[in-house]
Write a protein that binds this ligand. Sequence first.
Ligand code: NAP
Length: 495
Amino acid sequence: MNISPVVFDEEADISEYATFSHGLYIGGQWRPSSDGRVIEVFDPSTEAVIAAVPDATPADAAAAVNAAAKAAAGWRETAPRKRSEILRRCFELMTERAETLAALISLENGKALRDARGEVAYAAEFFRWNAEEAVRISGEFGLAPSGANRIVVDYQPIGICVLVTPWNFPAAMATRKIAPALAAGCTVILKPASETPLTAYALAALYEDAGVPPGVINVLTTSNPGPLTAAMLADPRVRKLSFTGSTGVGRVLLAEAARHVISCSMELGGNAPFIVFDDADLEAALDGAMIAKMRNAGEACTAANRLYVQAGIHDAFAEGLRKRMAALQIGPGIDAETECGPMITRKAVEKIDRLVKDAVHRGARILCGGAVADAKGYFYPPTVLCDVPPTAEMAHQEIFGPVAPIMRFDDEAEVIARANDTEYGLAAYIYTRDLAKGMRVASRIESGMIALNRGLMSDPAAPFGGVKQSGLGREGGQKHGISEFLEAKYIAVTI
Ligand code: NAP
């Protein structure tokens, strides 16, 4: 197999990058998997194979842990200012290479180029933000209540971290973990999703260019993640698991981590309510709904999954949303005009189709979309449904696609109860001109994040994360994100 790191040349055709067979990135070296097997990578717009990457084995995972362990002491002892400068350089290089990275994301994930550009900017911000956090890790100093001694608290890097990420934001979900982990002084092993490995490897080459020392970041792709992560978590040198993905896989990994008493951060699935009160600004609510629903063609954990619209504004909102959704340009993400790219896999399209058919069977009406075209590529059309009953399956699980189910409600207490009628609690959206009502409802919704009169809440400077089955811990924000990678050490001292 030809092992070449990604080489960036802004003038080159992006398809060139996809033809590389990248190596596993271990200890600053690109290498094939120990058994020489590869995973094929597909373009979801055409179903064509665009690349092959190594299929790591547990032996490769052991090599990655060894590399992370070898680099650990040097990295934790690197001055925070120096770590900060390297992270800042990662931000600058990501910004310089934004167009190439965005095209690569579009190619392997399918998302519209404009969404991919947004993702690169968001992903890069985690480096800038954590470059600033790296030099602000402070401890505590105080007198014990007894007066006998001083209490000194030092925050130290937690140790080697295993990071597992999904395909829907192949750059941002990785940098949201890597940047704070490195800022804290930890070394990491990233296991990206098998559908979108090219972005992870392109970023590995970028980290090297930014001056990240060998072994500080290692990247492994595999088609069989269970044994690989189990092998890493069983290694006593690994002290942290940070996972972003589905609640089902999160539960499996939490159980595995519990066997070895490993600290876990879990960013899991969502089922976000999008609530529009009668007094909302209709145009603003429609703009917000299009962002909350259609960013990444609905393939986002924060995607509006249930649109609760109050009776007085319901018909105008439904018609406005139908018009906007029906007008969206569908096509390969890489095409500049595309507004809604393909889904990640055929299986994803089949799931969306099944959920729509179930809702219609239970009484929902299709306002637009709702049928899979018989063509190449994993496309599902932007779809609006109304009169979706609470019993519909899509009211209880992630649609993860461009389908907006509208449900009518009458009063505040009713919509709060319905919004909370889910095992998830990641994100929620509220539209009202009455700020007091908005804040009151926000405080009663069981969710880690609320967007009030906004369609977007993700921000590296704010704590991202969920309650209930949507996860444990926070990423980003002042102190929150970095503290997931730090351990408090208490020293009692008499002076
Ligand atoms: P997924 O199936 O749970 O996979 C996520 C990652 O876990 C992938 O790297 C996957 O590898 C790996 N994995 C799968 N099974 C595993 C196992 N048994 N042991 C160890 N690793 C395993 O999720 P996805 O379909 O990629 O992503 C969509 C989900 O992520 C949605 O539920 C979405 O809500 C959630 N998400 C949450 C957030 C958040 O911040 N809360 C953000 C983005 C996405 P393979 O690719 O090889 O299967």
